[in-house]
Design a protein around this ligand. Structure first.
Ligand SMILES: Cc1ncc(COP(=O)(O)O)c(C=O)c1O
Length: 447
């Protein structure tokens, strides 16, 4: 089956051909020729040769009139509180258009969304939650606060997402949930993870913080597990500075979301007291106003990033020693960033030198992502989550020892990964330049 770009329905190959034709026909022709000429100059830019990417990518405009309009509307309101706030109502209505889930609750961050999900899922002392070791620490903060135990499973070499076979190996009678992190906006294997969750009666939480607008086999990310979590932090596809959403279709968990992020109180029953315990993770109307406006942009942003990332894969092509970002042919990866792997045995340089040469060519790149898998961070190694202590361990509710936890593929991914920035302001021409840079640097250092 040919690789497909879900955004257009065209095959990736057709897409490249079409974009190349557009380059040749349009005003881009001369700059494309320049990029080709630069690429044929085998001398690295690092050594004084011509740059493969002659100019930086155009700066994207992330907000403007739609956000201003919402904020102005908000300023006419008497209350800026979220409950029954018009901006919040509008934001959630628009959210449901891209992620049609019955229950949706806005909150203060992706970390908050994940903590709320964990509370709603009923995770308690000693309960194990299996997740990815390559993620933002916000994925597991809520688990630890609920006195649960994060268990890190290993990852698939090319997608950087949970390996369902390793998840299965780590399931114990204490396992209560899986948090599937769609890293870089690349969908996890939700068919396999859902099958495991169903078989072992686990709650499947989607960490879609990096995956706004992504699709798994055509279905919106967030609609495949039991609870979905999104981030609106500044670096994400859409933002309101900081914020998040937690959502569910499940009648067991959905009704708990609001109170799990709002001090335990059920606002549909004023004066109803506190049957649950939670902290204050509320979003306010100013954030909701910006969020609502940003939701009008999300599909275009997701589609463009999907197109550009897929184009980068096609345009780099097969290069010995490089493993490109692997995306299932029927999925839409929305490339929070593009991540490829470098095999040190195939080159006469190390990763740092390769990245230096690539950056000199004008490619926006850096080595790796987080420094080490999460469980190798000092706070995990010392089991020092609460004033240097971990009550769950002291109470004998877990035998977890993070100093002995192994995820070899995750280690290798972080050691060999090279990250390329993708953003929706980039042009196809720019991506062709980046691809030329990768090929040129790889050719130069080939062993
Ligand atoms: C995969 C993932 N999970 C969770 C989070 C936490 O989100 P926030 O920074 O909004 O708390 C992030 C954000 O960096 C993330 O990328």
């Amino acid at each position: 089956m040919p690789a497909r770009t879900p955004a257009t329905g065209a095959s990736r190959r057709q897409f490249i051909a079409a974009s190349s034709a557009a380059l040749a026909a349009g005003s881009l022709a001369s700059s494309a020729a320049r990029a080709a000429a630069a690429a044929s100059d085998a001398r690295l830019a690092l050594h004084g040769g011509a740059k493969s990417v002659p100019a930086p990518s155009p700066r994207r405009r992330r907000w403007g009139d739609p956000e201003r309009e919402r904020l102005n509307a908000m300023l006419t309101q008497d209350s800026l509180f979220y409950w029954r706030g018009p901006q919040t109502i509008l934001a959630l209505e628009r959210f449901r258009r891209i992620c049609p889930l019955k229950y949706a609750h806005p909150c203060s961050s992706g970390t908050a969304a994940l903590h709320i999900a964990v509370i709603a899922a009923g995770i308690g002392p000693g309960d194990e939650v299996i997740t990815s070791p390559i993620t933002d620490i916000g994925t597991v903060i809520g688990v630890i606060y609920q006195l649960g135990v994060p268990v890190f499973a290993d990852l698939v070499a090319g997608t950087y997402n949970l390996d369902p076979a390793d998840v299965a190996r780590r399931i114990t009678p204490r396992t209560k949930a899986i948090i599937a992190v769609h890293l870089c906006g690349n969908p996890c294997d939700m068919t396999a993870l859902r099958a495991l969750a169903d078989k072992h009666k686990l709650v499947l939480i989607e960490d879609a913080c990096q995956a706004w607008g992504a699709k798994f086999r055509g279905q919106p990310i967030g609609t495949l597990g039991h609870i979905a979590c999104f981030s609106l932090q500044q670096s994400k596809h859409i933002t309101c500075g900081d914020g998040g959403v937690v959502a569910s279709n499940d009648d067991r968990f959905g009704p708990r979301l609001q109170r799990s992020g709002d001090k335990g109180g059920d606002r549909t029953r004023p004066g109803g007291g506190y049957e649950a315990f939670a902290t204050n993770y509320r979003m306010s109307e100013p954030q909701a106003a910006v969020f609502a406006a940003q939701l009008e942009r999300v599909e275009a942003i997701a589609a463009q990033r999907a197109r550009l990332g897929d184009l980068l894969t096609e345009a780099i092509g097969a290069v010995p020693g490089l493993r490109l970002h692997a995306v299932h042919a029927e999925d839409r990866c929305v490339y929070w960033f593009y991540f490829f792997r470098f095999d040190p045995a195939a080159f006469r340089c190390d990763r740092a030198e390769f990245v230096k040469a690539l950056a000199a060519e004008g490619a926006p790149c850096s080595a790796g992502y987080i420094a080490v898998p999460l469980h190798r961070e000092p706070v995990f190694q010392k089991h020092g989550f609460f004033a240097g202590r971990w009550p769950v361990k002291e109470m004998g509710l877990t035998t977890m020892d993070y100093t002995r936890h192994q995820t070899p593929e995750a280690e290798a991914i972080l050691r060999t990964g090279i990250r390329i920035t993708i953003d929706e302001g980039m042009t196809e021409e720019f991506i062709h330049g980046v691809a030329a840079a990768v090929r040129k640097v790889a050719r130069h250092y080939a062993a």
